[in-house]
Design a protein around this ligand. Structure first.
Ligand SMILES: Nc1nc2c(c(=O)[nH]1)N[C@H]1C(S)=C(S)[C@@H](COP(=O)(O)O)O[C@H]1N2
Ligand SMILES: [Mo]
Length: 359
């Protein structure tokens, strides 16, 4: 069980999980916080794109946890080999493993806790998770390079696997499939009934949709009476203000769009409201305009978000007033919230009060 062949079999799966996690993580980071050169190239299609990549990110990350445990168990006797290194090169290689292992463990740990919205550390999650990913993937590539001869030698099936190895690998496979099956239902609709351990059931919540941040937590409880004082301001070349009744009297559109939370859960709903495109046209915004969206939210890092031109001018992007046929619940952003295709949930701003054209 501690032979190189076992390490290679498990290593392949673990490597694949890490690569999927890395690629989908880069997509998530790029969509959420695009660098300047990327900003004007973000796609608003496919509508479910982010839902799929972020679902995969969390699924492959969770699957990597038992795989990493199994990999470590397979190779742990090497920890006690004496002398620890026979050459400078080998010493460097073993130091590289320390880096790889440290970053991989931290990456999976912080990612798993993020799915639970639990941040028991002093550093910002997203930046730490992003930079650790580069260290882990760099360490992984160096590790694969250093082990290439051994990997090649053990890549193909050995004719007679021992019963112990077979049992071990079966056990690992069953563990991976089990943790995946009981958590993937938070983003994969047909696994919903098996969703025992994921923090969210995507169909549970007000109006059949989960809530990440409640109106109470954001300090923005707007009752229908207070909505009489609510105004939407659209700031641009021809700034204007609308009451809720005026907004509701504009042409309304309905779109089936998902909320795809960065923490892994996702759910689709029918959203009805005014096209952001129409609001922009009325304010005299150019077709390349980006948008700043301001929420009534009092506390929180997502009070102000920015929307790239590709989303702002997409006919499916709505300032929604209703979900699944009902007026938005307070927790879903009453009186108005943003919903756009192929976008991280964190940017689907709730309790909107102001849209500003960014020159
Ligand atoms: N103003 C504001 N909007 C917000 C948030 C927030 O914290 N403040 N959370 C976002 C996150 S992280 C998600 S996943 C979605 C969830 O929308 P829902 O609660 O309607 O399902 O709202 C987004 N909109
Ligand atoms: Mo989210």
């Amino acid at each position: 069980m501690h032979e190189p062949r076992t390490a290679v079999v498990i290593g392949r799966w673990l490597g694949a999980a890490f690569l999927i996690c890395f690629a989908t993580g880069l997509i998530s980071h790029g969509l959420q916080d695009p660098p300047g050169w990327l900003r004007d190239h973000l796609p608003s299609r496919p509508v479910n794109g982010y839902r799929i990549t972020q679902g995969l990110h969390v699924i492959s990350g969770i699957a990597a946890i038992p795989l990493l445990g199994a990999k470590l168990w397979t190779v742990y006797p090497k920890l006690f080999v004496w002398p620890p290194a026979r050459s400078v090169l080998q010493a460097l290689e073993r130091l590289g493993i320390v880096l790889l292992l440290g970053s991989a463990l931290l990456e999976l740990f912080t990612g798993l806790l993020n799915t639970l919205q639990w941040y028991p550390w002093p550093f910002p999650f997203r930046q730490a998770h992003f930079w650790l990913a580069w260290i882990a993937i760099g360490g992984l590539l160096l590790h694969i390079g250093a082990k290439a001869p051994e990997i090649a030698e053990n890549w193909r099936r050995v004719r007679e696997a021992s019963p112990e190895r077979r049992a071990f690998l079966t056990g690992v496979a069953v563990s991976v499939l089990t943790v995946t099956a009981v958590t993937a239902g938070q983003s994969v609709p047909w696994l919903r009934r098996l969703d025992l351990l994921a923090p969210r059931r995507p169909d549970l919540g007000p109006q059949g949709l989960p809530v990440n941040r409640t109106a109470a937590a954001a300090g923005t409880e707007i009752t229908p009476t207070r909505a009489n004082d609510w105004r939407l301001t659209v700031a641009g070349p021809r700034t204007y203000t609308l009451t809720l009744d005026e907004l509701a009297a504009l042409p309304q559109y309905t779109a089936l769009l998902p909320i795809a939370c960065v923490e892994g859960w996702s759910a689709s709903a029918y959203w009805t409201g005014v096209r952001v495109l129409d609001l922009l046209e009325r304010v005299g915004a150019p077709a390349t305009a980006r948008l700043r969206v301001v929420s009534l939210e009092r506390y929180g890092s997502y009070r102000v978000t920015e929307m790239e031109a590709s989303y702002a001018h997409d006919p499916l992007t709505l300032l929604a007033l209703r979900v699944n046929g009902e007026v938005l619940a307070a927790d879903h952003g009453y009186p108005a919230r943003i919903i756009a295709p192929d976008r991280p949930g964190v940017l689907q701003t709730k309790w909107v009060s102001r849209l500003e054209v960014i020159a």
